[in-house]
Design a binder for this molecule. Sequence first.
Ligand SMILES: C[S@@+](CC[C@H](N)C(=O)[O-])C[C@H]1O[C@@H](n2cnc3c(N)ncnc32)[C@H](O)[C@@H]1O
Length: 272
Amino acid sequence: MTDTTSANKAYFDKLAADYDSRFEKTIEQLVREIQRRKDLLGVDSAGDDDDSDDDDGPRTGRKQVKLLDYACGTGLISRALAQYTTQCTGIDISENMVAVYNTRAENQGLSEDEMRAYHGNLVDPADPAPAAFEGSRFRDFDVAGVGLGFHHLDDPEYAARQLVARLRPGGVFFVVDFLPHAPVGGQGHRHGHGHGHGHGHEQGAGQEHEAADAIKHHGFSEERVRAIFEAAGAGQCFMFMELGSGVVFHGTRGEGGEPMKRRVFLARGTKA
Ligand SMILES: C[S@@+](CC[C@H](N)C(=O)[O-])C[C@H]1O[C@@H](n2cnc3c(N)ncnc32)[C@H](O)[C@@H]1O
């Protein structure tokens, strides 16, 4: 496990119990923004057997739509897309985030087949084909993506290739993450590698340094994301858009003590 991966595991294991309550409003905003763009993710065409689009769980008895929610955390992306899919599979490096994801799914009355997260790492070059993820559940996804996790990964280019490899041909790859941003004043540059930035997950000086080690990238430009998608084989019909006009991370102080705001993008591309 790399230093970044260990730092992520430690940081998010500690944050897991509070993540949903701390970022409740932010999560609600992102869920709405993502749901408004479900057609771009290719999940709007799932067969329909009734009019109940307002339930929270995956569809059953309809055209199969398999979602891979990588770096799933507590399940923001899965919950946003559950009603348009038949099976949500989350994977995350933090056991505690996985546990929260699964508790929430169980509390919604969803079966393991409908929505389940698994602890693990699909983007470790030292273990490119993890045995735990060989089964059919973990292959031939219709849609696969990473929500707010790309900036935590050592090598997003490699990660994209690994995840796109799990898509069926014609499947959709997507990333939701931050546009480039400057480090926030007062948040330290730890060990000189300059990752200490206010971020949306960390709150208060005590957690800044822990968060800093878990962060690898200060956002992504459209050019870089397009190149990542193309190199991974998901460059067809590439689209890149900003979600709203900034997403406020309530409960996290930015400069001047105001709630921190970040520009968030959604990128999507189709696997050839
Ligand atoms: C900011 S959270 C986002 C969680 C969720 N996707 C959301 O949008 O709320 C980032 C997540 O990435 C996970 N993560 C970091 N590095 C990872 C890796 N190499 N493999 C899998 N998950 C990872 C963390 O454990 C954490 O749950």
